[in-house]
Design a protein around this ligand. Structure first.
Ligand SMILES: [Zn+2]
Length: 306
């Protein structure tokens, strides 16, 4: 029998606070944690004393000067820096996205993990589904990705966008043969900006996204070739939120992020990962796909031990 084919599904949920996730009960994510491995870490950046971003795409003017000495990563705890770090495996001072303005992205030098996988192994089939169109416009997930499904969450609403993104990803997983897939869900962030992360509406948004994730996993498990495949699932977020809603600053609630990893059909022990970082997501995907990280790439992340 030939070895199983390694495949990866990365699901990003915008502005998802891990403490809220643990508190409110999201059955699919809870099961991924119980049979997988997971942990939290703190983003190594945030702009102290500046106004918090109030909507997903809002650019807030920087006013602070970087402190002196050492490697100081001067960036807001916003979506642009977070998703760019997840995509590239490098921190904002390297990939160049320090707020939601995307004024000087370095995605030629630091391409996303799907683009890197495709370049190393052209036979791989890559796909990305998201509703924050800026990620496509600025190339955080670049044009070399085989299949990009891009909606505008501002235009159609984030909840509706999530529904359509999930449906499109579900079809793709059922009907094609992807090797690496990224799916973005954004309503958690939108609701937290409006109402904060402690309201029933945030719980509902999280549970809706949890249900979409469940459908994606069911679809994967129902693939005719599933018995010959080994699927790793990674779930992460780009930043947290302060209690009253909003992010960009240095509070622990804004800087705390998480990574949940699971290998479908295997038990990873429900163990804690020691400080998994956003920049580890890309290298983890590449390692699973058999693509060695070249030191010349100058990445900050390293593959998680799963
Ligand atoms: Zn965000």
């Amino acid at each position: 029998m030939s070895p199983s084919k390694n495949k990866v599904l990365v699901v990003g949920m915008d502005g998802l606070r891990f403490d809220r996730l643990q508190a409110v009960g999201a059955p699919v994510l809870a099961e991924l944690m119980a049979s997988g491995a997971y942990g939290t870490s703190m983003l190594p950046y945030g702009e102290a004393g500046t106004p918090r971003t109030e909507s997903p795409g809002e650019v807030v003017r920087k006013t602070s000067e970087p402190p002196a000495g050492g490697r100081v990563i001067r960036s807001r705890t916003d979506s642009g820096p977070g998703w760019s770090s997840i995509a590239t495996g490098a921190w904002p001072d390297r990939h160049g996205v320090v707020d939601n303005g995307f004024t000087a992205p370095q995605f030629q030098k630091f391409p996303d993990f799907l683009t890197r996988a495709k370049k190393a192994r052209p036979e791989l089939n890559t796909a990305a589904f998201f509703s924050w169109a800026a990620l496509a416009e600025h190339g955080a997930f670049g044009p070399a990705v085989d299949h990009r499904f891009v909606l505008d969450g501002y235009a159609i609403g984030w909840a509706e966008a999530d529904k359509q993104v999930a449906a499109a990803a579900e079809r793709h997983l059922a009907e094609t043969d992807p090797d690496a897939v990224f799916v973005y869900l954004g309503d958690t962030d939108e609701v937290a900006h409006d109402l904060g992360p402690h309201c029933p509406e945030y719980t509902a948004a999280l549970q809706t996204q949890d249900a979409y994730l469940g459908r994606l996993l069911d679809t994967v498990r129902a693939r005719p070739s599933y018995a010959r495949e080994c699927w790793t699932v990674l779930v992460t977020t780009d930043h947290g939120h302060v209690d009253e809603g909003g992010h960009g600053g240095v509070a622990e609630e804004e800087r705390t992020v998480f990574v949940i990893a699971n290998r479908l059909g295997e038990h990873l022990g429900g163990r804690f990962l020691a400080g998994p970082r956003l920049v580890d997501v890309g290298p983890t995907v590449l390692a699973i796909l058999g693509v060695a990280v070249d030191p010349a790439w100058d990445l900050d992340g390293a593959p998680l031990e799963l």
